[in-house]
Ligand binder design. Structure first.
Ligand SMILES: [Zn+2]
Ligand SMILES: [Zn+2]
Length: 367
């Protein structure tokens, strides 16, 4: 849903829709695709929060991986082995709920190196990103052990880069790509926002936050400011059956209603502000914009799943991706030659129960 699909002057031609697999990125170009824009209620039209960024130098970074977002990622024709860096803003399920599936689906489909997860600490270790990943891997023990000897499992490791939630600091700095974390004000200590800088382009992904001064300080003149924007409490109450006081607790107490997002856009003056984390329905868009316009009159995008931004030479173009809902994984040739771990096998009473079928050799292949 866009009001201003192009900022600046395009220096190359774009098709009306972004069709994954058909457009090469220029080496100085950035592409950003929303994999999830919804809330703590994933639905067919909107997964929970996730943003995928591809840079012309080949780097690929994912900011959050909320429940449902992996199905959108899987339409993008990206080999799973090339998508290994995940930056988590905070540990609410609508921002991390599909990490386990990204981890697992990479094993049969071509990821042979570890996933790298960046995320904040919390007030104590049990609430931090490192512990979260350890717990997730513990809970997936059967999944991993059962795959050994059948598919490559060398990509099962997760390297965790946990950093202090309460500092503004660079948490990733490689090949000219810099990611800075700064505190978010959301629900409990341990939530952050991220800023990405590369090739004189910048974007901020807020995660979840109330309007705050850290954002104002870090967001000055940024190219793309993706700021959470919730439904108004009235719509929340109306649509979900919540009482108005509870809806106000949610929207005003821990999130950013549209008019507050407008205030942040005014104070930071990004080239293109982007709202996400609101349900996009025929009867919600109007009230969201009405509330936003109380404080902000400039260009803005209300993101939907698979809204895509291309940036280069000072321009930003916004399109919807047109994807194949029945896409297949893109598996690099090399992953077929990866060594397999020893298999656990089955106890004989289960082996013996198998019905032999002529023409089907059930012995496992070694590699
Ligand atoms: Zn949250
Ligand atoms: Zn959220």
């Amino acid at each position: 849903m866009t009001e201003t699909p192009v900022i600046g002057n395009l220096t190359k031609q774009f098709d009306q829709y972004y069709i994954p697999g058909t457009e090469e990125l220029d080496e100085d170009e950035m592409r950003l695709t929303f994999l999830g824009t919804g809330m703590q209620f994933p639905r067919k039209s909107q997964a929970a929060s996730s943003v995928f960024v591809e840079l012309g130098n080949g780097d690929k970074l994912m900011f959050d991986i909320g429940s449902g977002s992996i199905a959108n990622f899987n339409t993008l024709q990206i080999p799973l082995g090339n998508a290994t860096k995940v930056f988590i803003s905070h540990l609410h399920t609508d921002h991390q709920g599909d990490l386990d599936m990204l981890w697992a689906e990479g094993l049969p489909f071509g990821r042979v190196t570890p996933l790298e997860v960046y995320g904040p600490s919390a007030d104590y270790a049990a609430l931090g990103t490192k512990k979260y990943v350890e717990n997730m891997l513990d809970s997936q023990a059967w999944d991993l052990e059962s795959r050994k000897g059948k598919v490559p499992t060398s990509g099962a490791e997760i390297l965790v880069h946990e950093f202090d939630y309460n500092k503004t600091q660079v948490v990733y700095d490689k090949d000219g790509v810099k990611v800075t974390s700064f505190p978010a004000v959301h629900a409990m200590a341990g939530a952050v926002s991220y800023r990405l800088d590369w090739n004189n382009m910048s974007l901020i992904y807020s995660g979840d936050t109330k309007p705050n001064q850290f954002m104002v300080d870090n967001g000055q003149g940024v190219d793309v400011l993706i700021h959470e924007t919730f439904l108004t409490p009235e719509i929340m109450a109306n649509k979900t059956g919540m009482s108005l006081p509870v809806a106000e607790n949610v929207v005003y107490g821990v999130h950013t209603p549209p008019r507050s997002a407008g205030m942040i856009f005014n104070l930071t003056e990004p080239k293109l502000p982007v709202m996400y984390h609101a349900f996009v329905n025929d009867d919600t868009v109007g009230p969201i914009f009405d509330d936003l316009r109380v404080n902000y009159q400039g260009p803005v995008v209300l993101a939907q799943d698979l809204t895509t931004f291309n940036m280069k030479d000072g321009y930003i173009i916004v399109r919807q991706a047109q994807v194949d809902n029945a896409a297949w994984p893109v598996v690099p040739e090399s992953s077929a030659h990866t060594e397999l771990s020893p298999s656990h096998g089955l106890p004989s009473y289960l082996e013996d129960a198998e019905v032999p079928v002529p023409g089907v050799n059930t012995e496992l292949h070694k590699q």
